[in-house]
Design a protein around this ligand. Structure first.
Ligand code: ADP
Length: 324
């Protein structure tokens, strides 16, 4: 191993130590907004609430009959409803009446294995939240506290992969700056069997691709493989606004032209870029993934936040399950 490898490993170890001495609570900003939805709410109405609260794409669910936390609503749930509608197209009336508490029934009906709803206590080490996220493939994890006296649960907040990586970028620059190996050399991300679509693909086709590959974004390319845009799982939400499940035959081009003005943008990098500069980007901007392109902006691969988190936490560890 050369000096670069040694430095890289030193950086990774430093970040892991840092994650062990900080808690999930430390990641939370001083003030934040948390939208919690009642489990009895109509799914159709939940869509409007997310659309009205720009920037919020997931929400903890609250079972007010039992005063308990009832899981996390994410764009995957809406994709499940769409799949249900595709499998039972004559049930649109019923779909219209579905409530958030029916989401588990929808999963059963379409035969998807539900994501295990994990939560962590806010005062546990951040490292634990990260490991749990990687293990369950969850992209966000609710922080749930229990009142000692009443035994009641409170949802304190939800932390995402982005929040954690940003927390590292902002507070641990002394270690992220040591990560100087090119991402191509590290094999960070996915470079083969890419799921892609074009501007004229239908939204429904792209949704089916995301389900089939279990991914949260599909690069949109032209015939020369040049990157034009990215369709993300969260882009599905405005497409079915008001319960318009029958409008998913619209093209990706049309759907993306309606994107909200505060859209965070698309981030690209090259295979020669290094993690230190990716952490710089994460520090400054709301990055959800990086699309790897060549000098002619042709698509080469994709680096998801889970790829980065996995590498940072697990690379070179004894139980190296980086590829699992
Ligand atoms: P995240 O968990 O951060 O939301 P994804 O679910 O999109 O990320 O990615 C899961 C895995 O699939 C990652 O290893 C990523 O590199 C890979 N991946 C993501 N998008 C695509 C795509 N369009 N085609 C092929 N692989 C992808």
């Amino acid at each position: 191993a050369g000096p670069l490898d040694k430095e890289q490993m030193q950086g990774l170890r430093g970040i892991r130590e840092f994650l062990k001495v900080r808690t999930s609570y430390d990641v939370l900003p001083l003030s934040f907004r948390l939208v919690v939805l009642d489990n009895d709410l109509l799914i159709k109405k939940s869509l409007n609430i997310l659309i009205q609260n720009a920037g919020i794409v997931s929400a903890p669910l609250w079972d007010s009959h039992n005063s308990t936390f009832a899981g996390l609503l994410t764009s995957t749930d809406y994709i499940n409803v769409i799949q249900y509608y595709c499998q039972f197209p004559d049930q649109l009336n019923q779909v219209d009446q579905f409530r958030l508490c029916n989401l588990r029934d929808i999963e059963k009906a379409i035969g998807v294995v539900p994501l295990e709803t994990v939560s962590v206590h806010p005062m546990r080490p951040l490292y634990e939240a990260c490991r749990r996220m990687l293990k369950t493939r969850a992209r966000r994890i609710p922080l749930v506290d229990t009142d000692d006296e009443t035994g009641r649960q409170t949802v304190v907040s939800v932390i995402t992969q982005y929040r954690i990586l940003k927390f590292i970028a902002v507070n641990n620059e002394q270690h992220t700056m040591l990560l100087k190996k090119p991402v191509g050399e590290l094999g960070l991300g996915t470079y083969t069997n890419m799921a892609t679509a074009t501007m004229s693909s239908s939204v429904l086709d792209v949704i089916h691709l995301m389900v089939k590959h279990n991914i949260s974004a599909v690069p949109i390319i032209n015939k020369d493989y040049k990157l034009l845009n990215v369709f993300e799982a969260v882009d599905v939400i405005p497409c079915i606004r008001g319960g318009a499940y029958d409008e998913l035959s619209a093209t990706v081009g049309d759907a993306l032209s309606n994107r909200a003005e505060d859209f965070a943008g698309i981030y690209t990098c090259g295979e020669d870029d290094r993690l230190d500069s990716i952490f710089d980007t994460i520090r400054k901007s709301r990055v959800h993934r990086l699309i790897v392109v060549d000098d002619d902006s042709r698509l080469k691969g994709i680096i998801s936040l889970s790829d980065i988190l996995k590498y940072v936490l697990l690379y070179g560890e004894e139980d190296d399950n980086i590829r699992s």
